[in-house]
Design a protein around this ligand. Structure first.
Ligand SMILES: [Zn+2]
Length: 396
């Protein structure tokens, strides 16, 4: 009996499809019978800090756009950038690879597939809206784009225009102008009815163009209003916190805000587990497409994979790196004079007292764990050509 009913339903579905095919365009029929993945909006806000946001710290400044995203979605309390500087941090974010995987020849099997390439391969229309020349797809040359592939794989890019007398990597565009371009692009994709992946970058908090915080919140609000959030995964984060002028691997430079919204996902959730920038790609791919390629990245799906117990970060020229665990943080620098630190982050959140002598065994364990992520201490130097290319962009 059940089989007859089942067969009847299949026939009924077939008849309905025939009627649809006769009356409507094939594209429309296709859309009606095949569930479409949600679109994906990734927003990076240069130098945004948790202390700027009411939803993190309950601070004085009311930030309604961030607040509404946090109450409709998920707030990650312990998100870390992979590097304390804009270009390197974005390169890691967009490739889901550690800086040492991008800047050394340690393992030729490490394949680099950007988030944009992966979404494009899955049928998404992809576009990139940087707000500074430093993040243009090819900042100054093809060689730089190979080292810092944050702009690779986008089908459309809306780069910042060069200005006479100003180095390209030092030019920037206001968030309002970037928004105008991004919002009209999103409207075109929505009208075409196809899934899209957009990376929108704002730089209004970054020196020398420091504005008040209000325009950043306003711009984010306008951008989110242009997106059908019932059918889009949204991720908002910062590339690093505070001024990168002396880019030591301090928590106050690496700990960043990260908010997400997933259709049908939790609302108002606060995640206390660790997360890091390389996890964003796998998490977005898994949320939108149900899967990601494990061999194409070093991150993990923050919802589907085992929780992280620690995070790592590296300095611009790979001459410093850190492992942050629940209580302790281990840091090593291999500049002129090698330095090793262990900080008790619960007793000393400002990282002022080196307790490595008192907790030598813990430091040893963390050093080995760090080597497991990034290779042996001092064993993988940055390639000289890569260092020279990065130095050309190091305007701070
Ligand atoms: Zn930055």
């Amino acid at each position: 009996m059940a089989r007859i009913v089942c067969w009847g339903l299949v026939c009924l579905q077939g008849i309905l499809l025939l009627i649809l095919a006769a009356r409507f365009s094939p594209a429309l029929v296709d859309r009606l019978v095949q569930p479409r993945p949600p679109s994906v909006l990734l927003v990076t806000i240069d130098m945004l800090e948790t202390r700027h946001l009411h939803c993190y710290t309950g601070g004085k400044t009311w930030t309604p756009s961030f607040h509404s995203l946090a109450s409709d979605g998920i707030l990650f309390e312990r998100m870390y950038a992979q590097a304390p500087v804009t270009d390197v941090s974005h390169a890691s974010l967009m490739t889901s690879r550690y800086p040492s995987e991008l800047f050394t020849d340690r393992d030729p099997r490490v394949a680099v597939h950007t988030m944009a390439e992966q979404f494009a391969r899955r049928g998404f229309r992809t576009a990139y809206f940087p707000s500074c020349g430093l993040l243009n797809p090819e900042v100054t040359s093809k060689e730089v784009a190979d080292v810092l592939p944050f702009g690779r794989g986008f089908q459309e890019t809306f780069p910042v225009d060069a200005r006479e007398g100003v180095p390209l990597f030092d030019t920037h565009r206001s968030g309002t102008d970037t928004n105008r371009i991004a919002i009209s692009w999103i409207a075109r994709q929505s009208a075409a009815g196809r899934p899209w992946f957009a990376h929108v970058h704002y730089r209004d908090l970054h020196p020398p163009a420091v504005l008040s915080f209000q325009p950043v919140d306003d711009n984010l609000g306008a951008l989110l209003a242009a997106v059908d959030r019932e059918n889009a995964v949204v991720a908002v984060l910062s590339d690093h916190a505070s001024s990168p002028r002396a880019p030591r691997l301090l928590d106050r430079r690496l700990h960043v805000p990260f908010l997400m919204q997933v259709p049908g996902g939790p609302r108002g959730a606060r995640v206390k587990r660790f997360a890091q920038a390389v996890d964003v790609g796998p998490t977005l791919l898994a949320a939108a497409c149900g899967e990601y390629s494990r061999d194409a990245c070093s991150g993990r799906d923050l919802f589907g994979d085992a929780p992280r117990r620690e995070v790592v970060a590296e300095s611009r020229y790979l001459d410093g790196r850190m492992l942050r665990g629940e209580r302790f943080k281990y840091v090593e620098y291999f500049t002129d004079r090698p330095e090793r630190y262990l900080f008790d982050m619960q007793a000393d959140p400002e990282e002022k007292r080196n307790v490595i002598a008192r907790h030598a065994a813990e430091a040893q364990r963390m050093q080995a764990s760090l080597a497991g992520y990034l290779g042996p201490t001092g064993g993988h130097q940055i390639m000289p050509d890569t260092k020279r290319l990065l130095q050309r962009l190091d305007y701070f």
